[in-house]
Design a protein around this ligand. Structure first.
Ligand SMILES: C[S@@+](CC[C@H](N)C(=O)[O-])C[C@H]1O[C@@H](n2cnc3c(N)ncnc32)[C@H](O)[C@@H]1O
Length: 369
């Protein structure tokens, strides 16, 4: 029970992390560098936000003219509906003629920027106008769905606990998007098929594969990583279907022969690559150890996707779980279970010193022919 409470509290806090301006700017700049007109004439929706102080709203309102937006809409989720309810209305809200003490707790808000309200000849953050939504701002409500349908591009850091649902919500409407999520979501059955078919990919990303988010809750980061008022989350990535330059840069790699002689990884140097027992492919424990001259299939770590260039490699499938079964990974010999009780059908494995080894989730790829 105590563990359950702890897990619930953690999930609730994970849903209330706020993104730093610099991280949003770095990511969005990658799309603008690739295509300066990517946002021109477009309606952008920022759902699951808190427009009064969210950096997403600030960034897009401040850059409205530069990037040529047609309309910016952002919506927030009602305090009463949040898992953590210690929320105070801002002065911006309480000082506004539209302030309503009841709705302030039970309704979401919508902010729109689409006209020069103050007639100063510019479209910027001072032209944002707001009102309460009819409902609580849940992205699954008909009201927010209608805003989704109106938008061309959806951008946010959605609640981590609802990532699968949020992702499917975007895909069913066939929208362009840029959203933050955990790298574990790559293997979700709702997500992986889009990655495999090159309809979704990873964005530029956070440096070092971890990010600091603005949070009121206690951090778990080690002293060296701790920043006051922030929480460090590792393994976070951006998911998108908008193109950027990094994904078209091929990885610089060595031949198989050179890897075996010079690899910095002791598992490869002087030894070579393991071959799976239940699928015709070799195991690549590190992305930088992919042999560039190997034509067969290879199982690579998930983090390969940070460097994936679709002109260099193609994704064949996932070597894990049900998607692994679907890929054709053969069931393991039941006698091996005694040697490795964690074995599951659909997971790739190789033998080492007489023991079956299941490497951490592998994506199966092949060099582009
Ligand atoms: C991870 S935070 C990110 C906030 C903001 N987008 C940012 O990055 O700065 C997710 C936000 O979604 C809100 N939220 C949680 N469940 C929601 C739902 N079902 N519909 C809409 N928003 C929700 C949370 O209260 C929180 O404000």
């Amino acid at each position: 029970m105590a563990n359950n409470n702890l897990a619930n509290a953690k999930t609730a806090k994970n849903d209330e992390f706020y993104t730093q301006y610099q991280d949003i700017q770095n990511e969005i700049n990658a799309y603008l560098e690739y295509d300066p007109d990517v946002f021109r004439g477009k309606t952008v929706l920022l759902p699951c936000d808190d427009p009064e102080w969210s950096n997403f709203t600030k960034f897009f309102a401040q850059n409205f003219e530069n990037i040529g937006l047609k309309k910016l809409i952002s919506t927030s989720y009602a305090v009463e509906s949040k898992k953590i309810k210690d929320w105070q209305p801002t002065l911006f809200e309480t000082d506004s003629p539209y302030y309503d003490a009841d709705k302030s707790r039970t309704n979401g808000k919508i902010f729109i920027l689409d006209e020069d309200i103050n007639n100063d000849g510019r479209f910027n953050i001072n032209d944002l106008h707001w009102s309460y939504l009819e409902g609580d701002g849940d992205f699954r409500s008909d009201e927010v769905k209608a805003l989704r349908d109106e938008a061309d591009i959806i951008i946010t850091n959605p609640p981590f606990s609802l990532f699968r649902e949020f992702f499917s919500w975007i895909m069913e409407a066939e929208k362009k998007f840029v959203i933050i999520g955990h790298q574990n979501a790559i293997t979700y059955k709702e997500v992986f098929p889009y990655i495999k078919s090159n309809n979704v990919w990873l964005g530029l990303g956070f440096s070092g594969g971890a990010a600091h988010f603005i949070s009121n809750y206690q951090d778990v980061a080690t002293a060296g990583n701790h920043i006051e008022g922030m929480i460090r989350v590792s393994g976070v990535v951006w998911y998108t279907n908008i193109d950027h330059g990094r994904r078209h840069e091929p990885l610089p790699l060595m031949s198989m022969e050179d890897n075996i002689i010079y690899s910095k990884h002791k598992e490869i140097r002087g030894k070579g690559y393991k071959r799976y027992e239940n699928y015709e492919a070799i195991d690549i424990p590190y992305t930088d150890a992919i042999p560039i001259d190997y034509d067969g299939e290879m199982g690579v770590p998930k983090t390969f996707l940070d460097k994936y260039c679709p002109e260099q490699f193609e994704i064949i499938g996932l070597g894990h779980g049900n998607l692994g079964v679907k890929l054709g990974i053969k069931p393991y010999d039941r006698a091996l279970k005694k040697l490795n009780p964690g074995m599951r059908d659909g997971d790739l494995f190789y033998m080492e010193d007489g023991l079956p080894i299941v490497p951490y989730t592998r994506i199966v790829i092949r060099k582009k022919q």
